[in-house]
Write a protein that binds this ligand. Structure first.
Ligand code: ARG
Length: 585
């Protein structure tokens, strides 16, 4: 099904051609949703933007277009406003028809991408032997939602976890563990990630102050790189221990992705350097191999280098990303590659992308983007910490959200004199608590920093997950109260839009596709959140104004169908954010 805007655009183009000739083909009708209901539903300022090209005043252009514009099926007669805007108001009969056609469509009328792509979303990507921190949590939540939206649009998505599982620090850690906790290197469950992180810190201290130890650590690195069996085994155990902890978080969040860590690209690193040399970009500077970057200068104003091989022969984070980029384009056949990390890595990605482009590794059909996000701050506006000043463990952070929602739920159940099972309470609290954390993250424009506040995210009013979950559950309660099967109803419901609030709700319901397509392009899930929040508000206004169960039979059926479509829209939209719904809570 074509969306309303697409319908209008096609008609508009026909009229332009009829009025001003075939070279108008492809002209952008500049149709946008009207900013104010008094301008109708959509507004075009094409007439204004065409004045130069056509050498006519905008109102005359608008009039000429209207002379040929046939949109009677969709709109009331369009009107010209101000200097030459054209306003469109959708007809109730058109809206009724559109809603009827989405009733039996599991996709609610949202068209799939016309050209499905092979897409890679590189997200989450924590580091081995380090705690997964809130930055990784943001990446996990945002990346998962982006992947879900692209999948829903029919793209072939590869979700990659670019885990930091390689580097000289492993030599240091292994050398240290051989001394203080050798069993960690031979048995798979000797220590926990928390201990590992502490050992890592101690190893670093030791490394910084002890030259003898530095040499031992370096030997371990050489052994690791040359594939010495005991060192390899030790490294693998460290990876497994960390992975176990990461899995706990992924399970809680219901996020699934494929681990392909930095070590995977080791065999391809020498070729990166070799091919850069062949392309003439590589320069040796103080023994290091590097590419001088355009647009990046040091304090003295000289171009900055991107080092791809250090003087000791070691490779860098950037080298691995260059190798990964080549692999993803060459082997995975990716056409769109999306990297979700905090904005602190923006320079890193700009530099890597620049070098890859200059080396000619990025074909024209491939789009690569960094999707940055801001910091997570505590309520004091500073970096998020526990009360005692330590970094917050993600596990604890998610558990706390669940515990707090559980407290709220228990009170509510008591207040309402309900009897609920333990299973019910625990399920509702888990879904609402975890969803609240996800939604708080997704509903902000990801580019800004966000303040982590349990009170705000768990509130049952406002733009929060609990609010939307309750909105959904309330609609389901209508079907229970009226003993109505929404699915059966939707199969043959006839929709009649009479009241203003019904029309407003209907128009909003029909905008889902536009919103999803926007997010598919701009990768800003907060737009979808806002859409869902506004949907619940518009639904509430409708529900307050229009009796549903008590209405006369045909009106009742139509209104119940509106309820059913709203519920399905909420459910679908939330699922694209990684949030499941609850029928009752
Ligand atoms: N492991 C990195 C970190 O924790 C993130 C990796 C992001 N992905 C990439 N291809 N560089 O900062």
């Amino acid at each position: 099904m074509n969306s309303t805007v697409e319908h209008l655009k096609a008609k508009f183009e026909q009229a332009l051609i009829a009025a001003f000739g075939t070279d108008m083909a492809g002209t952008d009708p500049m149709l946008v949703p009207a900013s104010n209901p008094k301008f109708g539903d959509y507004q075009s300022n094409a007439a204004l933007s065409l004045t130069k090209k056509l050498g006519k005043p905008p109102r005359a252009i608008a009039e000429a277009i209207l002379g040929y514009l046939d949109v009677t099926e969709i709109c009331n007669p369009p009107s010209i406003a101000g200097p030459g805007f054209i306003n469109f108001s959708l007809k109730p009969t058109y809206l009724e028809g559109q809603l009827t056609s989405i009733q039996n469509d599991p996709r609610l009328g949202v068209a799939q991408a016309k050209q499905p792509q092979r897409a890679i979303v590189d997200f989450s990507s924590p580091n081995i032997a380090k705690e997964m921190h809130v930055g990784h949590l943001r990446s996990t939540i945002i990346g998962d939602s982006i992947a879900r939206i692209l999948e829903f649009q029919g793209h072939d998505v590869l979700r990659l976890n670019h885990v930091g599982d390689w580097g000289t620090q492993f030599g240091m850690l292994i050398a240290y563990l051989r001394e203080v906790c050798p069993e960690a290197l031979t048995t798979s469950d000797a220590i926990e990630l928390g201990d590992l992180v502490a050992f890592y810190r101690e190893a670093k201290q030791r490394f910084d102050g002890d030259e003898g130890f530095q040499e031992t650590a370096r030997q371990e690195v050489v052994k690791l790189q040359s594939g010495a069996e005991d060192t390899r085994k030790a490294w693998q155990l460290l990876c497994q221990q960390s992975r176990r902890e990461f899995e706990v978080i992924y399970d809680l969040l219901d996020v699934h992705l494929k681990e392909r860590g930095e070590s995977f690209y080791n065999p391809f690193l020498p070729d990166v350097v070799k091919d850069l040399a062949e392309s003439g970009l590589l320069v040796e500077s103080d023994g290091a191999k590097c590419v001088f970057l355009a647009g990046f200068t040091n304090k003295e104003g000289n171009p900055l280098p991107l080092i791809v091989q250090k003087s000791d022969g070691g490779y860098n984070y950037a080298t691995t990303d260059l190798a990964a980029l080549r692999y993803r384009i060459g082997q995975d056949k990716a056409e769109r590659i999306i990297y979700v990390t905090d904005s602190g890595q923006a320079n890193h990605f700009t530099q890597v992308f620049q070098v890859a482009k200059r080396a000619g590794w990025i074909p024209n059909n491939v789009k690569i983007v960094h999707v940055p996000f801001g910091l997570v701050q505590g309520e004091d506006g500073k970096k998020l910490k526990t009360r005692s000043g330590e970094t917050v463990r993600l596990r604890d952070l998610l558990d706390e959200a669940v515990v707090r929602f559980r407290g709220y739920l228990e009170d509510k159940i008591k207040e309402e004199n309900r009897e609920e099972t333990e299973e019910f309470k625990s399920h509702v609290a888990t879904v609402a608590g975890i969803s609240a954390v996800k939604y708080a993250d997704l509903s902000q424009n990801r580019n800004s920093n966000y303040i982590f506040s349990y009170d705000k995210m768990l509130a049952t009013i406002g733009n929060t997950a609990p609010y939307l979950l309750y909105a959904y559950a309330r609609i389901q309660s209508i079907s229970r109260k009226g003993d109505i099967n929404f699915e059966e109803l939707e199969a043959d419901g006839k929709i009649m839009l009479q009241e203003e609030t019904e029309l407003v709700l209907a128009k909003h319901l029909l905008q889902l596709g536009e919103v999803i397509r926007n997010v598919e392009q701009d990768l800003l899930p907060n737009r979808l959140c806002l859409y869902l929040y506004e949907l619940s508000e518009k639904y509430n206004q409708f529900y307050n104004q229009c009796p549903v169960l008590k209405a006369e039979a045909s009106v009742r059926k139509s209104r119940l169908t509106l309820c059913a479509i709203t519920a399905r829209t909420l459910k679908l939209g939330l699922s694209l954010l990684g949030i499941p719904v609850l029928d009752r809570m």
